[in-house]
Design a protein around this ligand. Structure first.
Ligand SMILES: Cc1ncc(C[n+]2csc(CCOP(=O)(O)OP(=O)(O)O)c2C)c(N)n1
Ligand SMILES: [Mg+2]
Length: 367
């Protein structure tokens, strides 16, 4: 029986909090498992460095991902080459896995338009900051793939808060009716800025919402990368090649926690207890996978040290490359809003140009 055919309240787990297998370990090679660990480390280290760059005034506002590496990397690993990913604004690790260089992610949060340019061969859409707007886009893309007879799946990330948007309902409803090859992946990190999960919906789970749209919803331990992989892999296969009694779309609710602030502009200590954070840190996906890999002879001190120093070098290199780019011109913020400027944007650009004329660089650029 598929791992997707379960009660949405029966959370899928493969590793417990101590890294002990409690479910079926997915069929991944030793190499793939170690790569999964490496990419999770990369996401964590990148995140730590990005927050520190923002604090030093070397980057703009940044949304941290620490705690969410298992959900991001586990799900990204489950996609095939030809599949597509629609991220929100926090999936820096998943995006890297899909071929978006770290330098681009850094440039995006440094305010460079170039950070939005996706390499030709990376099947990933740009960051979506307006909540859940990417969901109908992902449904439309999947519908197009189906109409074109292409055998590819479309995975779309959004948050627990994102499920309260009309776009969530519209995207999932349409996917159910048109039976599109979508995986709707909810990163339920317990908070939508300061709004807790229980104020977001009175449903016992987010996963069960899929039932109303006529397809499967599964809740998975989002701090367990192997459980996330297993669920997403099954959903990807079903999206592309459903059995006669199966529907293509799936909703996955990955239950997890963001360890840090919503963004660097947020102070989570005003709305959540440090006890809660500490409890979730016990479930940290990185040591959990590391313990499993060490216990099964796939990792040792030497390999862990090598991975960590390689990762540190790669991130340092990406930061150096991003900082070597000339800083963006402030008026670029008006040029790419629409293909052609609307009268409103045009008026704003002109008002800005006058202010720039009056105050010069000193007024706008702080070194
Ligand atoms: C349409 C829209 N409304 C409001 C906001 C402001 N906003 C930014 S993030 C956020 C909370 C989103 O929470 P969630 O969907 O749980 O995602 P998370 O940030 O926790 O990953 C809000 C309300 C926005 N970006 N877009
Ligand atoms: Mg959230």
């Amino acid at each position: 029986m598929s791992v997707l055919q379960r009660d949405p309240q029966d959370m899928l787990r493969v590793l417990d909090e101590d890294g002990e297998p409690v479910g079926e370990v997915p069929d991944l090679s030793d190499d793939e498992l170690v790569r999964m660990y490496r990419e999770m480390w990369m996401a964590r280290h990148f995140d730590t460095r990005a927050v520190s760059l923002q604090r030093q005034g070397r980057m703009g506002t940044y949304p941290p991902l620490s705690g969410q590496e298992g959900a991001q990397i586990g799900s990204a690993f489950a996609l095939d080459e030809e599949d597509w990913m629609f991220p929100s604004y926090r999936e820096h690790g998943a995006a890297l896995h899909r071929g978006l260089p770290l330098k681009r992610t850094l440039l995006y949060w440094m305010g460079h338009e170039k950070g939005n340019r996706i390499p030709e061969d990376a099947n990933i859409f740009p960051v979506a900051v307006p909540i859940s707007t990417q969901i109908p886009h992902a449904t439309g893309a999947a519908w197009a793939k189906k109409l074109q007879g292409e055998d590819s799946a479309v995975l779309c990330y959004f948050g627990d808060g994102g499920t309260s948007e009309g776009d969530f309902h519209e995207g999932l409803n349409f996917a159910g009716v048109f039976n599109t090859p979508n995986i709707f992946f909810c990163n339920n990190n317990q908070w939508a800025i300061s709004v807790p999960r229980e104020r977001q919906t009175a449903s016992a789970t987010i996963a069960q919402k899929a039932k109303a749209y006529g397809f499967e919803g599964v809740q998975v331990d989002g701090m367990d990368p192997l459980a996330v992989y297993a669920a997403t892999r099954a959903a990807v296969k079903k999206a592309k090649d459903p059995a006669e009694d199966e529907r293509r779309p799936t909703l996955i609710e990955a239950v997890q926690y963001r360890f840090g602030a919503h963004t660097t502009a947020d102070d989570p200590t005003v709305y959540r207890d440090s006890d809660e954070v500490e409890q979730w840190k016990q479930k940290d996906p990185i040591p959990r996978l590391e313990t499993f890999l060490r216990d099964t002879g796939r990792l040792d001190d030497e390999k862990v040290d090598a991975i960590q120093s390689e990762v540190e070098d790669e991130v340092a290199e990406a930061i150096k490359a991003a900082e070597a780019e000339p800083r963006p011109e402030p008026n670029e913020m008006f040029t790419n809003v629409f293909a052609e400027m609307t009268p409103e944007v045009q008026a704003q650009a002109e008002a800005f140009a006058e202010l720039y004329e009056e105050h010069g660089d000193e007024g706008f650029l702080r070194e």
